[in-house]
Design a protein around this ligand. Structure first.
Ligand code: UDP
Length: 149
């Protein structure tokens, strides 16, 4: 479901990006895709998905015991999510950089979260996007959201 090829110093990777329900609701899907493409990454897959509790419990497995977990799942169930597989040289790190820090209040201006995210709206940070944090996470998450890839 994912690949890393190293030739001529390039590390071509795939990452899972999600435009979360706040981003879709606010009409920011195109803006997120624009920033991914403007950076030079390519889109390998794009699909609007209504998440299920089962999918989210697997996607956010590392957070099941956190105090914000239930509110995070409810937020992620509140509307459709745009699931995206982006591809390019060091795209895993690169998209995390485009996204900015988790908390939109302190995310740097120029980043998706810094420019567009809301600090808090209820108990969950409505920070527009998710991006895989490692090659292992990318492979696992792409398999969850795009089982056919
Ligand atoms: N989150 C939250 N409160 C917290 C920590 C995380 O609402 O104190 C939410 C937020 O939407 C975040 C997601 O849970 O994007 C996953 O958290 P993680 O620490 O993995 O941050 P990310 O990798 O998305 O920056």
């Amino acid at each position: 479901t994912t690949k890393t090829t190293q030739t001529d110093g390039l590390t071509v990777e795939r990452t899972l990006v999600l435009v979360k329900p706040d981003g879709v609701r606010r009409g920011l899907s195109g803006e997120v895709l624009r920033r991914i493409e403007a950076k030079g990454y390519t889109l390998a897959a794009v699909e609007l998905v209504q998440a299920t509790p089962e999918l989210l419990e697997r996607h956010y497995a590392e957070h099941v015991d956190k105090p914000f977990f239930r509110a995070l799942v409810d937020f992620m169930l509140s509307g459709p999510t745009l699931a995206v597989v982006a591809e390019g040289n060091r795209v895993i790190e690169g998209f995390r950089s485009l996204a900015g820090a988790t908390d939109p209040t302190t995310a740097a201006p120029g980043t998706i979260r810094g420019d567009l995210g809301r600090a808090w709206d209820g108990p969950v940070m409505q920070n527009i996007v998710h991006g895989s944090d490692s090659p292992e996470s990318a492979s696992r998450e792409i398999g969850l959201w795009f089982p056919a890839l």
